[in-house]
Design a binder for this molecule. Structure first.
Ligand code: ADP
Ligand code: MG
Length: 293
């Protein structure tokens, strides 16, 4: 590969909104045959909205929104932002937070108005031996079956509510998947979210293979496992929790709209956060190499 031709490739990349870390990256694009896509913030906008609040009997919706909102206000997770924003819209000012911890891939916990509050997956509540009552379990199942994310709220050892949060698929994602397939890549959707939501999103954009309910630290193992099967893996992600997997992948692509950790771990950055640029980048890189061999 001659340096000049490679620089032309990277210059054209910048025009297309693709930043390439170094010319050696181009070579890798030749052999990738699988593309692993993070769901939230990559295939979907990551901008979630709070759609509904289902409370357990004897639980006051305003209190749910105040306690959950105060806790989520301290987290940068897209789900947290949706809950906090929705809560402020409905109940106004949120109470002060007395203690806070982020539990990656599960949710948040903390103390608000003297209550020990948990907000997150059913699994987070299970770690504290808190079970969802049947009415909330039903609300959760219904929400998830329609592709929404159900978030559980508990305090003082009891499940109190299920919040319905939804995230829109980016308008460009389905076309991007078609383009990636046209380049011979098999798409796989990877997410910490539950299987039902993941399948609904996958169906919407034309992905057949889904790996769901993967803890943040396990995303890298999914990439390793695919590599062990002999696949050459491109990974596209945006979050802090994608960084290790992006670094492990044969080709790491970060959403420019994502976190610094993801961008630093990647070989390529899609500046505008448009997934179609992933296909453009691979096509451009292959073509650049084609002209110099
Ligand atoms: P993804 O892989 O889709 O980017 P994450 O690994 O960040 O998702 O989170 C996985 C799941 O954990 C979320 O779908 C949600 O159910 C739960 N979760 C994580 N953080 C929070 C939070 N701050 N509030 C509520 N739920 C959360
Ligand atoms: Mg993400």
């Amino acid at each position: 590969a001659t340096p000049t031709a490679l620089m032309v490739g990277t210059g054209r990349g910048a025009q297309l909104g693709i930043l390439i870390k170094g010319p050696e990256v181009l070579e890798t694009t030749r052999k990738v045959d699988t593309v692993v896509l993070d769901k939230t913030g990559t295939v979907t906008t990551g901008k979630m909205t709070l759609l509904a609040v289902h409370t357990a009997d004897s639980t006051d919706e305003t209190e749910v929104l105040k306690l959950a909102g105060a806790l989520e206000n301290a987290s940068e997770h897209p789900i947290a932002q949706a809950v906090a924003t929705g809560a402020v819209q409905k109940v106004g000012a949120l109470p002060a937070l007395e203690d806070f911890a982020n539990i990656p891939g599960l949710g948040v916990q903390g103390v608000v108005e003297g209550h020990a509050v948990l907000v997150g997956r059913e699994k987070l509540l299970a770690e504290w031996e808190i079970r969802l009552p049947d009415e909330l379990k039903r609300a959760k199942d219904t929400a998830e079956a329609s592709g929404r994310t159900a978030i559980a709220v508990a305090w003082d050892g009891e499940a109190r509510a299920v919040l319905e949060v939804a995230d829109a698929v980016k308008e460009t994602s389905a076309e991007a998947i078609t383009k990636l397939r046209a380049l011979g890549l098999t798409p796989i959707l990877l997410t910490g979210d539950n299987e039902a939501v993941a399948k609904a999103v996958a169906a919407e954009v034309g992905i057949d293979e889904v790996i769901a309910e993967v803890m943040p630290e396990d995303k890298v193992d999914v990439v390793k496992r695919l590599q062990a099967e002999g696949r050459s893996v491109a990974m596209v992600g945006d979050g802090v929790n994608d960084a290790a997997a992006l670094a492990q992948a044969d080709l790491g692509l970060a959403m420019g709209t994502g976190t610094d950790a993801a961008i630093e771990a990647s070989d390529l950055t899609l500046v505008r956060g448009d997934l179609r640029a992933a296909a453009d980048a691979i096509r451009l890189a292959r073509r650049t190499l084609g002209t110099i061999r």
